[in-house]
Every structure is written in structure tokens, then in C-alpha cells.
Ligand binder design. Structure first.
Ligand code: BTN
Length: 329
């Protein structure tokens, strides 16, 4: 059951999402609390990463407002159009949509399910990194499903998702969206979106897939704690797109990608790697827990492993962090 305080926060943020001033007195009346309690609630909203102005005599305001996620609209889009997903849950705040979905799955309730959050307190990236997740600005969501294939057949899946999404985003922008192996989406070397694929099950014919996506939409320029350069999708779109419409389209694109992967396998995605790879044919460095190797990026193999041309041989790698090798001249 939702706590009273969370419900109040949700009501408050919904009122303030219009971007106008609302007086403390009015807010206190609507929420049925004291003005001091309103002030405390606004401080909690700031902890969610919401930029909030307060001006004496005028009240509180979120500059430029927020377009909140519309669960009803998304549920209707998914039930009407998706092939593999049937339910949508929207949370104001959660530790991580990926962890939430994994917990739901453990309780027997994750099949065909999409979980979206406005804010994450413990957003997770690959390799144990944190995914900074301020409220209402970006998109954080996870899709869960049972797959009619064992873990051993999932080798290329996380790359297929990256390739499929790169193709999708390139239809909406004239800046080139590229992939850094295995599946970071970049524009001009700046991160646009990250993909975290987690799977569990057996190696033969059944697995649970948990796809977590973090997409930078309108990350505030003063966002703290992000380790790498980033870019917002809203800045590079050819045509302005509403946050909910964009999210519905991304979710349906993911539904298509997954369906295509189940029906046709990895090969139809793999053939597009050279087109979308940020570093194909370039000198790169691969850093992993076992050390650093250098080579020329030579594409990916049938399992999605990275191929590197080294001095006299070609080698494949299954994990590590890729970066461009700095020029020595
Ligand atoms: C990466 O590039 O390192 C992957 C980032 C994945 C972030 C998303 S946000 C939604 C979902 N919930 C999480 O905790 N992580 C993923």
C-alpha cells in the first residue's frame, strides 16, 4: 500500500508540473496539511532532483514545468499494439526498475510487464556503475518477459537491442546515433542512452529477460555525479516529440526488436553492426578486469563478442570497456 506521504508528494508534483506559481497556503489547503508540512514536502521533491523555485509572496514553482508519465496512455498503446507485452506500471520513485522487476519475477509476476519510474534512488548501470536518475527529466524503464529460448541463445540479444534502438533513434534525428560495444548509444561520443540486460533461467529452453533502459531526455545541465559526457534526445530531434509519445514509440520499437530476435535470431541485427558502430575500423583500447589490450575494431562475431585485429592475429572478447585509442602523433 502507498504511504500517505508518497501520495501527497505525487499530488504536489502533479500540481506543480504546470510550471506556474502555487502559493503555500493554497497547496496546504489542497493537500490537507500545514504550510510547514508543504515546505517539508517541497524539500523532499528537491531530493528527487526536481528543480524548484520558491518566492516569498508567490509560492512554489517548477521552472518550465514537467511532462509527467501518463500510465493510462502508455498502457492503452501497449495493449493495443504490442506483441509481447501486456501491462504497464508507473512508479513515482523506486530503487531501480531493473531490481523492482526482478523482485516481481521472483514473486511470479514479471511476464510481459513494463515498469517505468520518474525517479530512481539506486539506478544501476553496467559494470556496477550508478545510473543518475533525477525525477521527471529522463526516461527510466524495464521490460520483463519469459523467452522461449535458453540462456545460451541470448548471446547477441543485448547487442541486438542496441542496434535496433540505434536504428530507431536515427529515424528521429539527423545527428548520427552510434553504438559503443556492447550497447552504449552515443552521439558525437556523448552518451544518449544505456542498456542493462539481465537474464536468468536455464541454458536450454526457458529464460527470464529483464531489459533496463535509461534514456537522457532533458537531463538538467547541472546534474551531479555523471562520469561521462552525455547528450539529451530532446535537443537533437528533427521534430519536437511529446515525452509520453516518445516513450510509447520506444517501447513499441523494443517490442518489435525482441519479436524479430525471437523469430529470426541475431544475424539480421549483426549485419548492421558496421553501419552503427562508433569505432568500426578504428584503433581502440579494451579495458577489463584482466588488463588492457589494443587493436583495430573489426566488428562482432555470432555471439556478439568484440573482434579486435591485433598485430598478427584477430581475437574476440566477451567483456570490457571500449575506448578510442588516443593518437600518438
Ligand atoms: C549502462 O549504460 O551502464 C546501462 C544503464 C541502464 C540504466 C537503466 S535505467 C532503468 C533501468 N533501471 C536501472 O537501475 N538500470 C536500468
Amino acid at each position: 500500500m502507498k504511504s500517505v506521504s508518497l501520495e501527497r508528494l505525487q499530488r504536489l508534483v502533479t500540481i506543480l508540473s504546470d510550471g506556474r506559481f502555487h502559493s503555500g497556503v493554497k497547496l496546504a489547503q489542497i493537500l490537507g496539511v500545514s504550510r510547514t508540512a508543504v515546505w517539508k514536502l517541497t524539500n523532499k521533491l528537491k531530493l528527487w532532483g526536481i528543480e524548484l523555485f520558491s518566492v516569498r509572496g508567490k509560492g512554489y514553482k517548477i521552472p518550465n514545468g514537467l511532462t509527467l508519465i501518463n500510465g493510462q496512455y502508455l498502457e492503452q498503446q501497449i495493449t493495443a499494439n504490442a506483441k509481447l507485452f501486456s501491462s504497464v506500471e508507473v512508479l513515482s520513485t523506486v530503487d531501480s526498475t531493473s531490481s523492482y522487476l526482478a523482485r516481481s519475477w521472483a514473486q511470479g509476476n514479471g511476464e510481459g510487464r513494463i515498469v517505468i519510474a520518474e525517479h530512481q534512488t539506486g539506478g544501476r548501470g553496467r559494470n556496477g556503475k550508478t545510473w543518475v536518475s533525477p525525477f521527471g527529466t529522463n526516461l527510466y524503464f524495464s521490460l520483463g518477459n519469459r523467452l522461449p529460448m535458453g540462456l545460451s541463445a541470448l548471446g547477441g540479444l543485448s547487442l541486438a537491442i542496441g542496434i535496433g534502438l540505434a536504428k530507431f533513434f536515427n529515424q528521429h534525428t539527423d545527428r548520427k546515433v552510434k553504438l559503443k560495444w556492447p550497447n552504449d548509444l552515443l552521439v558525437d561520443q556523448r552518451k544518449l542512452a544505456g542498456i542493462l540486460v539481465e537474464a536468468s533461467g536455464d541454458s536450454n529452453d526457458n529464460s527470464f529477460l529483464n531489459i533496463g533502459i535509461g534514456l537522457n531526455w532533458k537531463m538538467p545541465s547541472n546534474a551531479q555525479g555523471i562520469e561521462q559526457p552525455w547528450i539529451n534526445l530532446s535537443e537533437i530531434l528533427i521534430k519536437e516529440l511529446d515525452r509520453n509519445k516518445l516513450l510509447a514509440q520506444v517501447l513499441l520499437a523494443l517490442d518489435d526488436i525482441l519479436y524479430d530476435y525471437i523469430e529470426n535470431g541475431f544475424e539480421s541485427f549483426r549485419s548492421h553492426w558496421a553501419e552503427y558502430s562508433a569505432y568500426y575500423g578504428e584503433p581502440v583500447v579494451l579495458t577489463s578486469s584482466t588488463g588492457t589490450v589494443s587493436g583495430i575494431e573489426a566488428g562482432i562475431d555470432k555471439m556478439g563478442a568484440l573482434r579486435l585485429k591485433m598485430d598478427c592475429e584477430e581475437k574476440t572478447f566477451y567483456s570490457g570497456e571500449v575506448s578510442l585509442r588516443p593518437s600518438t602523433c
